[in-house]
Ligand binder design. Structure first.
Ligand code: C5P
Length: 392
């Protein structure tokens, strides 16, 4: 589902160098079938022309007050998004100043306000900026970003405006219908590591991206999400309780400790199926020409959950290099799952460690295909399918 379709976004642009990114943001929002009305501060017009934004949004750009513009615009908006938001504008918003059209309509609107800060890293870390952001968040303002990276001034750090593609993703999540409000969901993600000795382990290529995207989509749908994650290079998603584990045994214990009262268990983790029977206490030295490591199966977490007396709605994943449909359907039955999402691995750019995926979903008497797409889009679609199946 495209959550931005027909949404009326009032895009406020304030005077920072990141204003150039707003042109791309307008284009991407329009691509998602949103309506965009741009309002700029005087300073913003020095960084990017009103003409550019008018051409992209298809609407006249407002800069100065004219009669009732602030009230009409404030009422029109489904969301007021300030991107980029300068430190000065953040302060204006915090203290309720109404010294130009944009700050006035922020006071006059009942629509949710989102801000995408953009400023030098020192200014972002300044105590007063942080205090302003906290106050704004307490009043219900959503803060998107900022991103960390190199800055126009030559510094490196936090304070870059989120890239427009990431902002659009964040808005999609913001407008996600709250169909899972207060429902407890447990999600596993990433690989596990099964140690051979203190420095070596058996693992796999899972990046955790699919599981993290599902956790974000579920949380955006109002769920109370706990994410149990193997070692990945991703930051814990904001607002989601994230528990880091290493081995399949750790993951099993963490899942069992959190499974009570869970509505859905979504097992995206690529859990190692085997582990060394014994872990060497010291690093194994290179002595022989061959080395044998004896393995034993790890606990099957998913099967253990579906065997519980009162199991949650259980969703498994199946990553296969061949016979995708056959293996997935077998797993659905063998592990007594409510649903399985299967994906082909071993194809460049799809599945493990990539941004995109494609899923074949099966349940007892049906199924559907989710076509190749970015994992964030697929995650939102999957949450919809799971919710629909659960409700039916
Ligand atoms: O049996 P297989 O590993 O192919 O099954 C994949 C599904 O089972 C995934 O959802 C995975 O998270 C889960 N699994 C598990 N515990 C294991 C192995 C797999 O929960 N030990």
């Amino acid at each position: 589902m495209n959550n931005l379709k027909n949404k009326q976004i009032l895009l406020g642009i304030t005077g920072g160098i990141a204003a150039y990114k707003s042109a791309d943001l307008v284009r991407r929002l329009i691509e998602q079938d949103a309506e965009v009305q741009v309002v700029m501060t005087e300073t913003a017009t020095k960084f990017i022309s009103t003409l550019t934004l008018e051409a992209l949004s298809g609407k006249s750009v407002y800069v100065v007050h004219d009669a009732m513009a602030h009230i009409d615009l404030a009422r029109w908006a489904d969301m007021v998004l300030i991107a980029p938001a300068t430190a000065n504008f953040l302060a204006n918003l915090t203290y309720g100043h109404a010294n130009d059209l944009l700050s006035t309509l922020c006071l006059a609107t009942a629509a949710p306000i989102g801000i995408a800060p953009a400023m030098n890293q020192q200014m972002w870390h300044a105590a007063i900026t942080q205090e302003n952001c906290q106050k704004l968040q307490q009043r219900g303002v959503t803060i998107f970003g900022p991103a960390i990276g190199s800055q126009a001034c030559g510094d490196v750090g936090a304070g870059r405006m989120l890239e427009s593609v990431d902002l659009v993703d964040a808005l999609q999540l913001f407008f996600q219908p709250k169909v899972l409000k207060a429902k407890k969901i447990l999600i596993t993600a990433g690989p596990t590591r099964e140690h051979i000795d203190p420095v070596r382990f058996i693992s796999n290529r899972s990046s955790g991206k699919m599981g993290y995207a599902i956790a974000e989509a579920a949380s955006a749908a109002g769920a109370d999400v706990t994410l149990i994650s193997g070692p990945v290079c991703l930051s814990p998603p904001a607002g989601i309780e994230t528990i880091s584990i290493n081995s399949a045994q750790d993951m099993y214990e963490a899942v069992m400790a959190h499974i009570k009262n869970t509505y859905f268990f979504i097992s995206t983790a690529a859990v190692s199926d085997y582990r060394p029977i014994e872990q060497a206490k010291q690093k194994i030295k290179k002595t022989a020409t061959t080395l044998q490591i004896n393995l034993e199966p790890t606990p099957d977490i998913l099967a253990s959950v579906s065997k519980l007396e009162k199991p949650p709605f259980t969703v498994g994943f199946a990553a296969e290099t061949n016979n995708l449909v056959e293996y997935a359907k077998k797993k659905l039955a063998a592990k007594k799952l409510d649903m399985i999402a299967a994906n082909q691995v071993g194809i460049e750019g799809l599945g493990f460690d990539s941004e995109e995926n494609a899923l074949s979903i099966f349940w007892k008497d049906g199924g559907l295909e989710l076509a190749r797409a970015n994992k964030k889009i697929l995650a939102r679609q999957l949450i919809e399918v799971i919710t629909e199946r659960f409700n039916s």
